[in-house]
Design a protein around this ligand. Sequence first.
Ligand code: 13P
Length: 255
Amino acid sequence: MRKLIVAGNWKMNTSVAEGVELAKKVSEYAEKKNLPAEKQIVIAPPFTHLAPIAQVINADKVILAAQDCAATTNGAYTGEVSASMLKGLGVKAVILGHSERRQYFKENSEILLKKIKLALAEGLDIIFCCGETKDQREAGANLYNNVIKAQLVDTVFTLSAEEFKKVIIAYEPVWAIGTGLTATPEQAQEIHEFIRKEIANNYNAQVAEDTTILYGGSCKPSNAAEIFAKKDVDGGLIGGASLKADDFGKLIDAR
Ligand code: 13P
């Protein structure tokens, strides 16, 4: 079923001690709010923070996610962290396809599909990011729609409808990430509706209706409510503003 989600992607920020404090505050806030099951709060701290954070959060109220996982199962892959290791820590979801991973670590659809399959094999949910760059946006709707569609077609759309139930889509226009430029509520709605139609074309109308689609890119307390109010926007994937407990709380309230 479609969920209403506010997810914090901490990226490579906070010390372990700061992260544990932040996670505790988010968990206390979630406990106080006592949200219904379809309203979920997700945090995605760095790998190093996951084990201590798993000890301090109320796992019924806050879903612990990782920001990445390896494209292989355990073995001689220095520096990598496998989906099964994450699962063992109490991680429930993994962000894949973030534009920062695509841009700086050259992750393409082929690599992402391997990661998706391994994460699914461990029973993890996938928060799959897609979105166009500034140049692609400026080239017009034909082009950016095709870019987003291709990012989905080559990866999550190859999954069975049953597998796809574990996928949450995050539309994150690259030009809006960390730039202070946010998509207008109308721009977000237009792409979310497009993505939902493509899900319906690839699977069926019910699958499309049930899929959670998040918006990400310079979401903050001052702009979130308007974006989240759009019909096809089911919440947000938040970067910078998820590092401040108060702001993250306001975003939870906005949803
Ligand atoms: P900002 O909210 O900092 O723009 O980051 C968005 C993002 O990339 C979340 O994954």
